[in-house]
Design a protein around this ligand. Structure first.
Ligand code: BTN
Length: 282
């Protein structure tokens, strides 16, 4: 199956996806028993190997699939991270998947989706009483100072109208050895807990959390979710450095704004940051 380059009305395009992937080759039957959510995961496209689940999900979104459709892969050849970085994840060990959402979010609240997704993963990890997951703005989850989960949310526009959002989640579950470039910064559940975990059970729990929290957003509970993020993040009221493509900002992380932006206090004023990489200065 070949899918061509698509124009999403923004400077977003799909690269060619070759026919190396085999729809439903990664067994859905292994996953389905763990799914309790009703909308999220109702339809799941499973791949052994794909370039990026986000790219595939954006294509499906454009083709009109239902809200809550999930694309999951055992391995990605071109996993994508925030700020044009790549996402490195060992095949068959971890979770790499993308969910399509269509409603609940107005264009000016797109930033909130990242916060909500990171919070949902963090809450899922709290299921393990031994873990103390820590949210880092905008949407990373850390364990003991090392990153265990990264999220890339991508909005898809058509004719200047928001068609939907793809939430791509990479969670390190059973990977023990990390390549040199990330080995000091990355961890996994298995490293933190000392034994392998059932990644599909965790996947089912994440979908459930995402669905419940999405319902909360739709019924006006956004403020509560933002507060939950702040309460489960060690970066607030600390001095932070924010790298915005080489431009560095310094300040004290104060709170989240209603649209998911980060308010920091600099020497002269309070400013809102909408993108960047945060480092806490200890
Ligand atoms: C980051 O921390 O920079 C975000 C990483 C997001 C990785 C996930 S893995 C599943 C989905 N598909 C992708 O290509 N990226 C996201």
């Amino acid at each position: 199956m070949l899918s061509g380059v698509r124009n999403y009305g923004r400077k977003t395009s799909l690269t060619f996806i070759g026919n190396f992937h085999n729809l439903n080759a990664m067994k859905e039957s292994e996953i389905r028993p763990f799914i309790r959510s009703k909308i999220f995961g109702k339809k799941i496209f499973c791949f052994d190997l794909i370039d990026s689940t986000n790219l595939k999900a954006k294509q499906f979104l454009q083709e009109g699939v239902d809200e809550g459709t999930v694309v999951i892969a055992d391995e990605q050849t071109a996993g994508r991270g925030r700020l044009n970085r790549s996402w490195i994840s060992e095949g068959k060990k971890n979770l790499t998947f993308s969910i399509i959402v269509r409603s609940a979010i107005s264009p000016e609240k797109i930033g909130v989706i990242s916060i909500y997704a990171g919070l949902s993963v963090m809450e899922t990890l709290k299921h393990f009483s031994e873990l103390q997951p820590d949210c880092k703005w905008p949407n990373d989850v850390y364990l003991k100072g090392k990153k265990v989960c990264g999220i890339l949310s991508e909005a898809v526009f058509e004719n200047n109208r928001l068609t939907g959002i793809v939430i791509g989640i990479g969670l390190n579950v059973n990977q023990i050895n990390f390549p040199d470039e990330i080995k000091d910064k990355a961890t996994s559940l298995s490293v933190a807990l000392g034994k392998d975990q059932n990644r599909f059970e965790i996947f089912g729990r994440i979908l459930n959390r995402l669905e419940n929290n999405y319902e909360s957003i739709k019924s006006g509970g956004l403020k509560y979710l933002l507060e939950e993020f702040e309460n489960n993040s060690s970066m607030f009221n600390k001095e932070v450095k924010i790298n915005q493509n080489g431009k560095i900002l310094h300040g004290i992380a104060r709170r989240l704004d209603d649209d998911g932006g980060l308010i920091i206090k600099t020497t002269n004023s309070e400013i809102k940051v909408i993108a960047g990489d945060v480092t806490v200065c200890y």
